[in-house]
Design a protein around this ligand. Sequence first.
Ligand code: SF4
Ligand code: SF4
Length: 500
Amino acid sequence: MKMNYLKKPSIYTFPLVSSNNSAQCDCGFDQIEYSRSKNLIIQKNCYYKAMYLNKLLINSQKKIINLDNEHFILYNSYYQSIMVNKSVLLFLSLLNPALKTNPENLINIIVNEWGKQLFYSTVDKLIKIKAIEIKGDKQSDQNRINQTLSVWLHITDRCNLNCSYCYVSQNNNVISLDTGKKAIKSILDSALKYNYSKVRIKYAGGEPSYYLNIITKLHQHAKKLFTKHNIYLEGVVLTNGTLWNINMIDTLKKNDLKIIISLDGINNFHNVHRKYKNGSGSYINVNKTINLLLKNDIKPNISITITNENVDGLPELLNYLLNEKLYFSLNIYRNILPPKCKISCDEKKIISGMLNSYEVIKSNLPNFSLLSSLLDNINISRPHLHSCGVGHSYIVFDTQGYISECQMNMKHKISKISDIDPISILRNNSNNIQNISIDEKEECSDCIYRYWCTGGCPLQTYIASGCFHKKSPNCNIYKALIPEVLKLEGLRMLLYNKSE
Ligand code: SF4
Ligand code: SF4
């Protein structure tokens, strides 16, 4: 009996994407990861036997999305997702303990079709990526320590724009070199004390590019100190992109600094919220800067804030970004307390606008994964427990040397640069933003997406519900869009033929 579709098993493992090497926005998004290990009790060459003894079982916790009748995505946020072809799905279905009929003949056909070698290696892969479980095998969770300390270094409150959703109170404070150096010393002490192997400093504001000279001096100083201690340092400038010229771009390059630009749309879709103080839009100048950067071989990371007013412009914006092969992150507007003005994010409108933009991606799939770029701070590639590093591995310094837990809550000062161990103060202060683990969120306990979503931004949850234990106010948006992001990744893997 010949079953052609069984000829070659295909398994695609979804990539593990960390927010450091793809999308970035203003938050401290290095999530503490779960990693899981299994004690294999069956040797590879005994798989065949184990199957007949009913020891190999399909992991029934994985859900299935039918991508194109030939490929199927198996997912559950607790595990890494995979995509398999029809023949692997058939094989997996034979390992379903609920199966009443004896699958022996079909399994024999599969082994004959694939050959023993391919059969063993396929089962091996499926066990490794946890699509197959071994009956009675113990699984242990390990909560891996985050390796990266993320820092927001507020260079200035000064800004030339007056964006409607800005959360920084504008005055003309600027960090002094002395305060900046003290902050860097404090960061180094924390990194050493808590064994961080990498530090990412975001030079932010206000508009930090006003003071690029201070940023470069501080970054050079930090580099010297961190290199001495073998700690990897990454520096990123968070900018509105309006003030850059060729000399500044040269400085950026020479100092090995990365750049994140806020761009919310093309023309008026950007201008609607991002205006100069005289009310005119900033798009033309941001666009000029991006072109200048591209001409000089620098690829900026683009941070997009989505509201009712610009969501319809997302398809056009994404089309442009994908053509330029730029990394980007789509972030749903976060409420500010007290609100500066009324900005709305209507659930239905946001979902339908984002779905339209996903259609654009479908017809222009990039060669890099978008699993951590397309839906707020959600990273769909790896299980984790917290939405961001707040209260764990994220420190925010203001221009005067005070320390807060989140850049959106800088008025709440909980420590200062002269304190010996600000991380411990951040971790142990019960008046802070409580960045609780997703395992402690009752409303999320049945959600299959919980180890990707982790309940959303804790501050937004608090603003919306008055407590940190509730689910995200964007829950419905996340639930509607996560399967679509998985499908896009599946199509992307098919296009670039990332099967194993
Ligand atoms: S906020 Fe909603 S989508 Fe996110 S983990 Fe909780 S229930 Fe799931
Ligand atoms: S609490 Fe919210 S706004 Fe603050 S860093 Fe975390 S995700 Fe970002």
